[in-house]
Design a binder for this molecule. Structure first.
Ligand code: BDR
Ligand code: CA
Length: 310
């Protein structure tokens, strides 16, 4: 079994938190650091949530502050789904020994890539502002990474608008810079993530184990569950666990190579990840592996085992 050095950039976020719990538990992942960006909640809250998660896990993953706003747009948050604090407004303290680092997200990410040239897997679970900032400041960074796995976009449809997925819509200019950077991207978009549903019986099973981790998962998804039911979903989509589990268990997924470009100008389709998957006209370059489907039952089984092992 291979173990990969991994960096996670995220906007923690209910499903970001569960994805980090999975990354912590999976033996294929050696998590080197966590950088936080604004998105699901303000930068202040996502940074605080990373520390709260360290407290829950009993870990001291280094946590770094990133962007407080998108590159050139107003900040958009998602309290309707993630609660006001980003973690479903559950009671989870910041540990008293939390370490507040002064190094920025982009500098810390670059340092990790330099230490692990062509080996580091960068997992991005929020808007791509920190990554675009890092790529602009360090033009050699895309070439130092092994690959990027992102939760973002969709070959078909959207969530925050009919055409766009939240992470890409929040900062389309950042996404364009990242998709055009030359790094190979494994794109877990809504095509696959909306199939990765954690259902009430699953979180009841986790809570029944009596662990802090199991109860946390049940409690933090409740706000998202209220919202998800309005759309007829039978559970809460584990969007951000998809790239994490893809890295460890690619055999669970179906994916195709594609060219992907980002719409940054149109108002109607702003933030759309335009793919050439279903088109006669093909883009010049296949810059992404677009993940389209997952074996939901095996995915959730592995995810639950991760949470149970904490
Ligand atoms: C994505 O947006 C956020 O709300 C989730 O954390 C996920 O990364 C889904 O569109
Ligand atoms: Ca996220």
């Amino acid at each position: 079994m291979n173990t990969y050095p991994v960096w996670i950039d995220c906007d923690i976020g209910v499903d970001d938190a569960i994805a980090i719990m999975a990354a912590h538990a999976l033996p294929q992942i050696d998590l080197l650091g966590i950088s936080t960006t604004c998105g699901n909640a303000s930068q202040e809250n996502t940074y605080r949530n990373a520390h709260r998660l360290n407290g829950l896990l009993g870990t001291d993953y280094p946590v770094y502050r990133g962007a407080v706003s998108p590159l050139c747009r107003e900040l958009l948050t998602a309290s309707h789904f993630h609660g006001n604090d980003g973690l479903g407004d559950v009671d989870l303290p910041v540990p008293p020994d939390a370490v507040y680092r002064v190094e920025t997200a982009w500098d810390a990410l670059y340092d990790a890539a330099v230490k692990h040239p062509h080996e580091l897997r960068l997992i991005a679970l929020g808007p791509l502002t920190n990554i675009a900032t890092a790529f602009s400041k360090y033009p050699d960074l895309p070439g130092l990474l092994h690959s990027m796995l992102i939760m973002g976009g969709a070959a078909v449809g959207g969530n925050i608008t009919p055409a766009a997925e939240f992470n890409i819509y929040c900062d389309p200019e950042a996404a364009e810079l990242v998709f055009d950077s030359g790094v190979h991207i494994i794109m877990c978009g809504l095509d696959v993530t909306l199939k990765a549903l954690l259902r009430p019986a699953d979180w009841d099973e986790l809570a029944a184990t009596g662990t802090k981790a199991g109860k946390f998962v049940r409690d933090c998804v409740q706000c998202a569950w209220q919202f998800s039911q309005k759309f007829g979903l039978s559970g809460v989509a584990m969007h951000d666990s998809c790239p994490v589990l893809y890295l460890a268990h690619p055999e669970l997924f179906r994916a195709e190579e594609a060219g992907v470009k980002i719409e940054t100008r149109s108002t109607l389709t702003l933030g759309k990840t335009v793919t050439d998957l279903y088109s006669d006209k093909q883009f010049d370059e296949k810059n992404a592996t677009v993940v389209l489907d997952v074996d939901r039952d095996r995915f959730i089984e592995i995810l639950k085992n991760c949470i149970k092992s904490i």
